[in-house]
Ligand binder design. Structure first.
Ligand SMILES: [Zn+2]
Length: 413
């Protein structure tokens, strides 16, 4: 019996690893210097002059060769996209809500169904959640981060994404145009573009001017179309050279804005993708010196330690990350990673407590349940059976899952 359980354990871990590999992607956008681009003291919400959907002449619509996909993918050449359209978007109540809606609509119009968004009223039903925090970073320099996107991916697909948009700087409302431009940029990240274009005209260029409404360029659209094409040959042809391109971009970014955590986190992520873990940790530590309150940095370091098989340290760092965020999506991911790290460290009693809490909070997540059931059988805890019963009642389709089947027969259900 023990052998069987061990097999399940390994299966569960392998399954879980697919989630671990989920690269924590942290992208941010840095606006122009405020001194060059002061928001006016009494900025009113004005309608945004939205450019018409980028006009790509129909006969050229399939020429996707002019793109920046080598910057858009991870340094390893991999990337994650949304599996199904439309992607469900929730935008928090805010005076800028309609401005942000129009940014999503711009993508809907320009991409003709290849990528589409629809809006939901309940944040629990959303895949992309847009919020308007009072601050995004704790540095107070003349360059400022106006938006930040976190994507949570499992292998090839993005599972959820959060976009934070700044609407106010030093007590002064940003213009609708500035927020619209930043939203367009952050939506690009939320679609899976994990990097920046080197071309100033593209929406995914790292910096922006907010004097006029930006539009999606043919290169922006070509990049997304290649990413969402499912055409492996086209993709690999375009992702060649990503490693050096990404590293160059990331190092350049830290030189341009050395006092921003985003640049160092980005550099850390690139090293992480290239499996250069000590270099990645060094970059994350630089970010931590700038902002020791940023949950993302602890989570990224946790991932580094996990990949280095330093599981106890990994669990500790995911714990620090949990303490420093209130965002439910982040909390769930960090709790999950902490529990997985604890289990991988073979601290079974602690892992049992953590997985119990996970399955209570998220009763319909199969991957949490499988490791929980492993721990129940390993530690002779009887409560696994009831949890599995409840799960199967709520998720009858899961009965065909190989791991679930093993536990079903173990519990004689
Ligand atoms: Zn960006």
């Amino acid at each position: 019996m023990n052998n069987n359980v061990d097999t399940r354990y390994i299966t569960a871990i392998v399954f879980s690893l697919a989630l671990v590999i989920a690269v924590f992607m942290f992208n941010s956008r840095v606006l122009n210097r405020i001194s060059e681009n002061n928001p006016s003291q009494n900025a009113q919400l004005e309608p945004v002059d939205i450019a018409a959907p980028s006009a790509i002449p129909q006969n050229l619509s399939e020429d996707l060769t002019d793109n920046y996909i080598a910057n858009a993918v991870n340094a390893s050449g991999s990337y994650s996209i949304w599996q199904n359209m439309p992607v469900q978007v929730y935008i928090s109540e805010n005076p800028y809500k309609s401005v942000v809606e129009s940014a999503f609509t711009t993508y809907n119009n320009a991409l003709n169904g290849i990528i589409s968004f629809s809006f939901v009223d309940n944040p629990n039903n959303a895949q992309i959640k847009v919020t308007f925090p009072n601050r995004i970073e704790n540095t107070n320099s003349d360059q400022y981060v106006s938006g930040l996107t976190n994507n949570f991916s499992s292998g090839k697909y993005i599972q959820s994404s959060t976009i934070q948009l700044l609407t106010n700087k030093n007590g002064v409302n940003l213009s609708s145009t500035a927020v619209y431009n930043t939203a367009l940029h952050e939506i690009g990240h939320a679609l899976g573009i994990n990097g920046h274009s080197q071309n100033r005209d593209d929406i995914m260029y790292a910096q922006t001017e907010s004097s006029k409404a930006a539009s999606l360029t043919a290169r922006d659209l070509a990049t997304l179309k290649v990413m969402y094409s499912n055409n492996e040959a086209l993709i690999s042809q375009n992702t060649a050279g990503a490693a050096s391109e990404k590293l160059k971009e990331a190092i350049q970014y830290t030189q341009q804005v050395p006092n921003k955590t985003a640049g160092w986190i980005n550099l850390g992520n690139v090293y992480y993708d290239l499996k250069m873990l000590p270099e990645a940790l060094d970059a994350y530590k630089k970010a931590l010196q700038i902002d020791p309150s940023d949950a993302n940095i602890y989570a990224s370091m946790g991932s580094c330690y996990y990949s280095s098989k330093k599981y106890e340290t990994a669990a500790e760092f995911f714990g620090y990350a949990i303490e420093r965020t209130t965002e439910p999506v982040e909390i769930e991911n960090y709790e999950y990673m902490k529990a997985l790290s604890t289990l991988s460290a073979k601290k079974y009693d602690d892992a049992y407590v953590q997985y119990s809490s996970l399955v209570n909070k998220y009763p319909n997540k199969k991957e949490y349940l499988i490791n929980y059931l492993y721990l129940c059988t390993y530690l002779n805890k009887p409560e696994g059976k009831e949890k599995l019963k409840d799960f199967l009642q709520a998720n009858p389709d899961a009965a065909s899952d190989k791991n679930i089947q093993q536990y079903k027969s173990y519990y004689r259900l």
